[in-house]
Structures are given as structure tokens and as C-alpha cells.
Ligand binder design. Structure first.
Ligand SMILES: [Zn+2]
Length: 215
């Protein structure tokens, strides 16, 4: 990953192969875990391997493959704060156990973040400051984390390499998702690289040029 001492590692979790992501500062070894959907022991192994001190858990949205392991990881790491998503995903976080039953994931637990996030907020990854963008459509309270200095963003399930987030949920909104991408993600700049919730990452420029859902 490009950027001043900002590092990232992906730990695929759950049957959905969700990209749980470790982000950290390579000089201070302070970092965060983004979207611990499950498989908490595997996440803890990855944390141990990098040797980082995890200071907080960040959630992009309330789907089980992103948030199902957040409560267990918070407890395992001594009660560090969970930050995000936007309050409009509260109904999803409250219903994580029910979400899990539908997929046979019996270890998912409801979780209440220590801090809800809103457009314009910032979150810290060690000394690196990330801006919070509210990007609804896939879920009502989905947020994206972006660091312009490092030319990097974590976009969750908003935008993928060659695809975009699903909106075939009762609360999904395809038009809102396209507005989120066009109004908030594309303006970040073509050279901004991103990690997303599933599959390989990409750059804003590559998706602007080739993503069939954006034309
Ligand atoms: Zn999702």
C-alpha cells in the first residue's frame, strides 16, 4: 500500500470471504481492525503476526460478515472502542444474531458501537487521520474511510473491482448507492487505491474507466 508508513493486511473471514482489514502505522505499530465479521481467532493470529497494538475497531456497515465478530473481538482485546457505522445501521447491528441464524452463523452477537460516525467525522489509525464519508445505498448507514495523504480508502461494500454493492435488500437503494459513488468516491481522485469488502482492491481511476455499473 502506498502512503507514509501506512500498512494494511487482509484477513478473509466468514463463509462470505469478507476482507477483514488490519490497518496500521509502520513506525509506531499502532493500528485498527476494520470489519471483523467473524473468525475472531484468525483475526487475533493476524494481529499477533504483525505485532501491532490494536487501538480500535472500525465498522463500515452493519452486515453480519462485517460486524458479526465485533463484540467478541472487542472483548478479546480488552474492551477497545468500536467506532462506526452511521446510526442509520443501528437496526442491523441490533439484529446481528437474527442475521446470523439465517446463515447458520450461531456465534454472531448484537453490538453497540462506542461511537457512531457521521459524514465529516474523522477516525485515527495510529497517527494517521481518516475522513468519514457517509455512503448510503447498500445499507442506510454505510460509511467509508479515506486518507487523502496516503491516497487510500477503505470502501466496504460500496464499490468493488468491476462491481458495486448489492441493493436487493428491503432497505437497499440503488439510486442512493450510485449517488454515493459518483458524488463521494469518484471525486477522491483517480490515483486513490482502495480495499473493499470482498475480492481484490482497485483504484478509483480503474473503476471510473472500466466498471460496467458506472456507465
Ligand atoms: Zn454488506
Amino acid at each position: 500500500m502506498a502512503g507514509p508508513a501506512l500498512r494494511g493486511a487482509i484477513v478473509p473471514v466468514t463463509a462470505f470471504q469478507q476482507n477483514c482489514t488490519l490497518l496500521w502505522d509502520d513506525e509506531t505499530k499502532r493500528g485498527v481492525v476494520v470489519d471483523p465479521g467473524g473468525d475472531v481467532p484468525r483475526i487475533q493470529e493476524a494481529i499477533a503476526k504483525t505485532g501491532i497494538a490494536v487501538e480500535r475497531i472500525l465498522l463500515t456497515h452493519g452486515h453480519i460478515d462485517h460486524a458479526g465478530g465485533a463484540a467478541a473481538l472487542r472483548a478479546a482485546l480488552g474492551g477497545i472502542p468500536i467506532e462506526g457505522p452511521d446510526l442509520r445501521d443501528r437496526f442491523l447491528l441490533d439484529g446481528l444474531a437474527e442475521q446470523g441464524r439465517g446463515f447458520g452463523m450461531t456465534d454472531a452477537r448484537a453490538v453497540t458501537p462506542d461511537r457512531w460516525l457521521a459524514e465529516g467525522d474523522t477516525v485515527s489509525v495510529g497517527p494517521h487521520v481518516f475522513a468519514v464519508l457517509h455512503c448510503p445505498g447498500h445499507t442506510p448507514g454505510h460509511v467509508v474511510f479515506t486518507n487523502q495523504a496516503a491516497r487510500f480508502a477503505h470502501v466496504g461494500d460500496v464499490l468493488f473491482q468491476g462491481s458495486i454493492g448489492r441493493t436487493d435488500f428491503p432497505y437497499g437503494d440503488h439510486a442512493a448507492l450510485l449517488r454515493s459513488i459518483n458524488d463521494k468516491l469518484l471525486p477522491l481522485g483517480d490515483d486513490v487505491s482502495f480495499i473493499c469488502g470482498h475480492g481484490p482492491g482497485s483504484t478509483i481511476g480503474a473503476e471510473r474507466a472500466t466498471n460496467p455499473f458506472l456507465r
